[in-house]
Design a binder for this molecule. Structure first.
Ligand code: SAM
Length: 290
């Protein structure tokens, strides 16, 4: 008796074939630089299955056909990217970074020679996810400039995913996610809903106005960013890139930093295996020579 691929009525073929997994992971790598080795197959399967259910597509094979069709390439690509990327983030994630920024980086940048000609800190949160990182930066910067006359700041927050950028733009968060924000900052920079049944909070308009959100692909050959950044936070995304992509990205960051500017990377990331001109300052904190 001849057998063929098992399909159940509800979910179609139960597993993503190695061939389809390779097609999808090659596409992800080519388009956003995220490496999905064979160990990520189960994860991809689970996440793609949710999309299939939503689209009522009965099998992985048919989903792949759709993704790589003319229509699917345009329509489904953002959803596939959302499905396979990790957006985990938090307010004051890796708090030592914000401490170092506040105590060491900002005073040093403010006292930098020649800084008289420019008195605006330019900060970039690259791969900002749903906004917790850039709004944490905004709180730190706002506190600093309030106590340092003549200084202002701007924050550029970018990500590949339109979904997370939309959430970042709304700046609405569940109350239980803001516990890491020190209470005085919570009081100053968060708004509560007027509806007592709604426990969500929102970032105040003054901080929201300081954060410019934009879609930007970190693996693009060049970034459409004018002027030099003083500080770049690029945390917990390089870990998904291979060495070649990391090295290329770090070189681009170097070009976009002012001399004496800083690069912060994630706690599980390091530049030590990469060829870069950055100077090591503290764990996961680097500086461009001035
Ligand atoms: C784990 S989150 C990190 C958020 C934040 N930086 C933090 O450390 O809390 C990783 C983010 O990287 C974004 N991302 C993945 N590949 C990207 C790419 N090629 N260009 C820009 N952003 C990318 C994802 O959409 C996701 O929001």
């Amino acid at each position: 008796m001849a057998y063929t691929v098992y399909e159940d009525a509800e979910h179609g073929d139960a597993h993503l074939s190695d061939q389809d997994f390779r097609r999808l992971s090659d596409w992800i790598y080519a388009n956003i630089g995220v490496c999905m080795g064979p160990e990520k197959k189960t994860l991809m399967e689970g996440r793609v299955k949710k999309r299939m259910r939503h689209l009522k597509i009965p099998s992985f094979r048919k989903y792949c056909e759709f993704v790589f069709s003319k229509q699917g390439k345009g329509e489904e690509a953002p959803f596939l990217i959302d499905a396979v990327t990790t957006n985990k983030t938090d307010f004051f994630r890796e708090p030592a970074h914000f401490e170092y920024l506040n105590r060491t980086v900002l005073p040093r940048l403010a006292g930098r020679e020649g800084s008289g000609s420019r008195n605006t800190f330019r900060i970039w949160s690259a791969a900002c996810s749903t906004g917790e990182e850039p709004y944490t930066l905004a709180m730190i910067l706002q506190e600093f400039v309030d106590g340092t006359s003549g200084w202002d700041y701007t924050i550029l927050a970018t990500d590949i995913s339109r979904t997370v950028l939309e959430k970042a733009g709304q700046a609405v968060y569940q109350d239980e996610t803001v516990g890491a924000i020190p209470f005085p900052l919570r009081k100053k920079y968060l708004l509560k809903s007027r509806d007592p049944r709604n426990s969500n909070v929102r970032i105040v308009p003054e901080l929201r106005a300081k954060v410019q959100l934009r879609r930007l692909n970190l693996i693009a050959d060049a970034f459409d960013i004018s002027g030099e950044m003083d500080v770049i936070f690029c945390r917990n995304v390089m870990i998904y890139f291979d060495r070649v992509t990391q090295e290329k990205l770090v070189r681009k960051f170097y070009q976009h930093l002012s001399s004496g500017g800083y690069l912060f990377i994630g706690h599980a990331e390091s530049l030590s295996n990469l060829k870069t001109p950055f100077i090591y300052m503290a764990p996961t904190i680097y500086r461009k020579d001035d």
